[in-house]
Design a protein around this ligand. Structure first.
Ligand code: 7UC
Ligand code: FE
Length: 311
């Protein structure tokens, strides 16, 4: 297999023609931009999207914005896809996926404890979400963060005994185990909930190794949250293999944590990363808003299920 020559994103970020000033982040995760999102108009969006593809992660820092402005920014960036399960939606903005344990006006809003497993958004659909943007709205008393693993680096370092069985193979992605039980599920059998979930989200096969449509970087596209099978492996063999694969992927040395601050928006490319939310300690309040979208490109080279840009 051809190894990428340089697996690390570019370290410097010269100012582009639109005047956006990107600076490398101290934690090594992509670049930071402090331009207000309200000022990042349609003319600057192509450069921002290019930066997300090249640096994989953009921190939009020091922001102050309304929910409406956040949604409008999402629509400028790509084809926004509201989450397929409505109980995750913000009551006024279906585009916003609410991860929250804080009631609003006495009502439960969104879903608590989302994303607490290694995963990439929508990998269990044929057409995954190319980019995700998250902003904290209420910070828990203890610091919160999101963990990332760069799967381009993981693939470059993958030992032969874990790489060779995956060459030319696809893996199956399924989110059934992470279905969040709702009030309407009381008195219903788990098998019924599973069947109902699978009718909407039956799971998807994707290549184990994907090639980025812009950079050509190759990454390992699996996660312990959603990847359940390897093409051609019998059940027990697949389970044992995946267990060893995930132990390699989830090593401390690959994990980078992005701490949360109010006013920060995290925008990343779902192709090269898996991510994992941190657990909120009992009794602490947390609320974050996510908008996910497609960027008009195939998810990977050779992928046919692309969602185009709105205009
Ligand atoms: O509640 C959750 O953690 C949601 C997860 C099953 N899916 C997020 C996504 O976009 O794939
Ligand atoms: Fe996620």
């Amino acid at each position: 297999m051809s190894q990428p020559t340089d697996t690390s994103p570019p370290k410097t970020a010269p100012t582009g023609s639109t005047g956006l000033d990107f600076q490398p982040q101290r934690n090594g995760l992509g670049v930071e931009l402090s331009t207000p999102i309200q000022d990042i108009g349609a003319d600057a969006v192509p450069e921002l999207r290019e930066r997300v593809w090249r640096h994989r992660f953009v921190l939009l820092s020091g922001q102050d914005f309304t929910d409406e402005e956040y949604v409008a920014f999402g629509h400028r960036l790509g084809t926004v896809r509201p989450y397929f399960q409505e109980h995750y939606h913000h009551p006024d903005h279906p585009e916003i996926f609410v991860s929250s344990n804080v009631p609003q006006n006495g009502q439960k809003v969104g879903v608590a404890g989302t994303g607490r497993m290694w995963h990439t958004d929508y990998s269990f659909f044929d057409d995954p979400l190319s980019m995700t943007m998250v902003c904290p709205r209420i910070l828990p008393a203890s610091a919160r963060g999101t963990h990332y693993v760069d799967m381009v680096r993981v693939l470059a370092e993958l030992p032969d005994h874990l790489r060779e069985p995956l060459e030319g193979k696809r893996c199956f992605h399924d989110a059934t185990n992470y279905y969040k039980v709702q009030p309407k599920d009381i008195d219903r059998a788990i098998i019924e909930l599973v069947e109902e979930f699978r009718a909407e989200a039956p799971g998807a096969w994707h290549p184990a190794f994907i090639e980025h449509p812009v950079t050509g970087d190759k990454s390992l596209y699996v996660s312990s949250g959603f990847t359940t099978k390897v093409e051609g492996m019998r059940h027990e063999e697949g389970e044992a293999f995946l267990k060893e694969l995930f132990a390699f992927v989830e090593q401390e040395r690959f994990i980078v944590t992005q701490e949360w601050r109010i006013g920060d928006i995290f925008l990343w490319d779902n192709r090269p990363y898996i991510h994992h939310a941190t657990t909120v300690p009992k009794g602490e309040q947390s609320c974050s808003y996510r908008i996910s979208f497609n960027d008009g490109l195939p998810f990977y080279a050779g992928h046919t299920g692309a969602v185009g840009l709105a205009s």
